[in-house]
Design a protein around this ligand. Structure first.
Ligand code: ADP
Ligand code: MG
Length: 253
């Protein structure tokens, strides 16, 4: 497989607490990889290590065959856009917040192109009417869109989303995944998405990485997500049903 993102034998520890153990997976251009795993499994740590916000203790991350370790922070910021699990607003306007995403591409001040990129994203995500609002006056769903717009403004090759759909209502959740899918396909980039929503994951994922206690338990296409695996990793019994051709995971409690 010719991978855009390749993670090989990546290990990480916070001081003396080992959290990731020889994690290996690949993601191709145009694909959404979904990371599933229980709380505390190491999912957020994994995203931060992939973007080298945390320096892996061992192992290697490469993008299109280039070892990320050799890159400057600015180079990494042009390639990886990371959206953290928790986002809060501030006094900056929506427009300026999204424009900040352009920073890795700017020299001194924004160019016409930077402004155009921001305007196009605001339009794509239906945020134009909010452009001048400080982000601390937005609803949770609106703020998530702004954070996604800022990440896309970076024009990354790898988009890293940590529990991005939390706090979104059902419609916004589906729309958010549709935008991610649209952008990933249209720009031929890769996304690594952490989520706890199995059914959204099954619908929009192209490949899956299931981690438990810092180890990869399964990686591959949809067929790796079996009831037995979910029982082993999450400790719940489930059934997989199909409705209109879509697999649905139903917990049996
Ligand atoms: P997940 O995102 O899968 O819930 P995390 O990657 O946030 O898991 O955390 C994995 C483990 O690392 C947990 O045991 C957590 O307590 C620990 N951990 C996370 N961040 C830190 C930190 N900054 N310092 C020390 N331990 C941490
Ligand atoms: Mg997390």
């Amino acid at each position: 497989m010719s991978a855009l993102l390749s993670v090989e034998d990546l290990s990480y520890a916070y001081k003396h607490l080992p959290v990731l153990h020889r994690v290996t997976f690949q993601v191709r251009a145009g694909e959404i990889a979904v990371v599933l795993g229980p709380n505390g499994a190491g999912k957020s740590t994994l995203l931060k290590c992939v973007a080298y916000m945390l320096r892996p203790r061992e192992g290697r991350v490469s993008v299109a065959g280039e070892d990320v370790r050799t890159w400057s922070a600015r180079q990494r910021a042009r390639v990886f856009a990371y959206v953290p699990q928790i986002n809060t607003g501030n006094m900056l306007t929506v427009f300026d917040t999204v424009l900040l995403g352009r920073k890795p591409h700017m020299r001194w001040s924004p160019t016409g192109r930077d402004v155009r990129v921001v305007e196009e994203l605001l339009e794509l995500l239906g945020l134009d009417a909010l452009a001048l609002r400080p982000t601390n006056t937005l609803s949770g769903g609106e703020l998530q869109k702004v954070v996604l717009a800022r990440a896309l403004a970076q024009e990354p090759r790898i988009l890293l989303l940590d529990e991005f759909t939390n706090n979104l209502d059902i419609r916004n959740r589906i729309e958010a995944m549709q935008w991610v899918q649209h952008v990933v396909r249209a720009r031929n980039i890769a996304a690594v998405v952490v989520t706890h929503e199995f059914n959204l994951a099954l619908r929009y994922g192209d490949r899956y990485i299931v981690i438990d206690k810092g180890r990869v338990r399964a990686a591959g296409d949809r067929s790796v997500i079996t009831p037995q695996l979910l029982e082993d990793v999450f400790g719940i019994r489930v059934r997989v049903e199909h409705i209109s051709g879509h697999p649905l995971i139903v917990p049996l409690l």
